[in-house]
Structure formats: C-alpha cells, structure tokens
Design a protein around this ligand. Sequence first.
Ligand code: HAM
Length: 417
Amino acid sequence: MIRLIKGFHDILPDETPKWGFIIRTAGETLERFGFREIITPVMERTELFERGIGQVTDIVEKEMYTFEDRSGDHLSLRPEATAGILRAVVEHSLLRREPILKVYTIGPMFRRERPSKGRFRQFFQINAEVLGDDSPFTDAEAITAAHAIMTNIGASGLMMEINSVGCQQCRDDFRAKLRRFLEPHLDELCPDCRRRYDLNPLRILDCKVDRCREIAKDAPVISDSLDAGCKEHFHKVQEILSLLEVPFRVEPRMVRGLDYYTRTAFEIIHEELGRSKAVGGGGRYDTLLKELGGPDASGIGFAIGVERLAMGMREEDPSYARRTDVYVAILGEKAREAGIRIVNSLRRQGLSAETRYSGMSLKAQMKVADKVRAKNVLMIGDDELARQEVTVRDMQTGDQFRISMDGIACYLQGDKR
Ligand code: HAM
C-alpha cells in the first residue's frame, strides 16, 4: 500500500460537510464585507517568498518545499497566500483600476514544519487582503471581518489578540534596544538565534527553543518603542474596534512570524491550542507592495487556518450536516424501472435523491435512508406500481401515506424543509 506523505492529510467524506460549511460561510462573510475572490497558483518563484516573507524567517529558511524544475527555475510551493496575491495584483496592475482593492482566496498552503496536533505540512487558509488604504478604519474593518467569520461559523473559545509592531523607523529603534538587551545573553542563545542577532533580532522573540524563550520573556516590548504616529494609529484601531463591539485583548509581546508587518498585527488564539498554534493571524504591511515592484501603497490582511478552526467543531451539526431530500426504496424487480425514472426526474428538478439498485430488503434500504439522512422515503412495490402511486414516509413525523406518481415532485417541493 502506498501511504500518504507525512504531515499531509485526507479530508474524508464525513468531514467535508464541515469543511464545506466553513469555506462557504467564510466566503459569504467576506463577500458581505466587499471582498472578491482571487485564485493564484499554488507554486511561485522562490524569490517571491524570499523577498516577501523575509529571508531570515523560519518559513523561508526551513519550511518551504523548494526545488529546481527541469529548466533550472527555482520554484516553491506557496507557504502562504499574501505574496502570491500581491504578485498578481502588481502583474495585472489591479490597483490602477481599483485603488482600494479587497480580495480573498481559500486554498492549500505548504510548510515543512514538524507535524503535530493542528500542525500540518499541507493546510488550508482562508486569506483576505485590503490594498491601497492605510487608515486605521481599514485595520478595524479587517479585524472585524476575521471576527465575523468566526462568529458566523459558530467557533468558540477564541480570542482576538492585537498589537502594533510599529513602522520601519520604530522597528529600527526597537532592534537596537533589543540587541542591547540580548548582548549579555548571546552565548546562551541557540545557534539560530545567534545568527538572527545580527540579521534579524526580532525573530529571536518567537524562537521555539526553551532557553531562548526564557530569555525573551524579559526582553523589551515593541509597543514601548512606537513613535507618535504609530501610537495614534494603534489607539484609533482599538477605539474603532470597541465602537464596533469586536472583543479583543492587547498583547504587547506578539511578534508575527513573517517579516512584512508594520503597525497593526493580530492573532486569533484558541484557548486550548495556545499561542504557538494560532487559528488565524494577520496585520498591516506598508512596504510589501513596493518591494514586489508595485505602487507605494499599504495593505492589511489576515489568514485563518481551516484545520485549526475545524478542530474545535463537531463533525455532525444540523447547520452543516448533509441531508437528502428523498430516498427511493425500490421493492422488487418490476418496480425498478419506474423507481429509477422517478429518481432521475427528481434530480433533474433540483432535489437530492438517492436509491440502491441491488434488490435490498425494505429494512436494509431504510438503514441506507437513515445513513443519507433522507427527509422522505418513497416506496415503490408491485401494488404501488399497479396503481401508479408511491408510498411516502415523512422521516421526521413517521407519517406514511400514498400519493400518485404524477404528484411526487409537487409534494416534495412543497415539503422541502
Ligand atoms: P500565519 O500566521 O503564518 O500568517 O498563518 C495564518 C494561519 O494559518 C495560522 O494562524 C494557522 O491557523 C494556519 N497555519 C499556519 N501554519 C500551519 C500549519 N503548519 N498547519 C496548520 N495550520 C497552519 C500568514 O500566513 C499570513 N500570510 C497572513 C496574512 C495575510 N497577513 C497579511 N495578510
């Protein structure tokens, strides 16, 4: 038997209703907020992610599926969606036609992380971006949209944590402060962090090695290094979120794992999964579009991981469990032709209809009807056939009665619950 690749997973038919519900609800919510769908390839040039996400990040240094194709091009499976979306926006000059652009995409991302509960090597993200507007109202709108997705899906036990990571200037000041704090501990840091010290000390703050975490606990926080403009922006975001009644908590120690963020950053944390396995995350980026060859415009976005979101939800729930309008129980050889014609005609009329052809007993067929969660069962045997009727059983009430074959669709459509 050939097995699945480590860290990858199948989404089996019993789970797809929940997945479908999440993806549908997220898409509908984002459309209500004015986002339109964009679909970009799962593979891009490696350089795009190096420039976009940052060369000294775990994602780019350790986690990308990168290879050289037969013509020598360096390609990578996308570890996130933002860089690819921005590449497409720049390449097709979308901001020229629409100076404020709101787009979303839902699809698989790939990171070669160590697999564990809620951490996969292929995972799905619901990803949204607003480009061309740097007002704090837009930050609040993006956070509100992420919150609305959670609410509409009915996810519980989640907390919105927000922070400001400042602009480039604040970050330069903070880097210097951080280096001063870390210098006496340099020897105690892991080899990766010693390298990060020179190249990108902010990354030390989300190192997963115990000793580094312990040291980072007492490190200065970026919110103390914000300039007046960044402070005011962050203050305004909080004010608008309160006005919109979106619950949040300020988390001054939050640094995101990607380098492109400026000012507002946020994460959606699950009480049980904890911070290292956030359900969602995002933030503002002021220079990314320009770095990727686009206009000097700002953006903000977020991504929610579908696996982590789905973990807290039941497989079976009336709001997304699949139901079948009608199961047609064919009883005996003679009834088969009429039975399959009825099934086919109901499907053509837009109803979901299911049957079995193999001459099963009524009892066995009622089990199938239960399994497919049929709302009604139609029974056709010799007697019904002779009278051109069918026996209907309403599976909710248990009522059973006869109707003429001509009236089936009419009855079921009136009955569509
Ligand atoms: P991120 O925080 O790297 O942000 O990922 C967002 C979400 O993707 C995480 O909160 C998590 O739910 C999910 N995720 C990430 N890695 C894994 C994994 N190995 N297994 C399962 N789920 C995972 C971004 O990707 C940014 N591009 C978000 C963004 C959009 N920022 C601005 N615009």
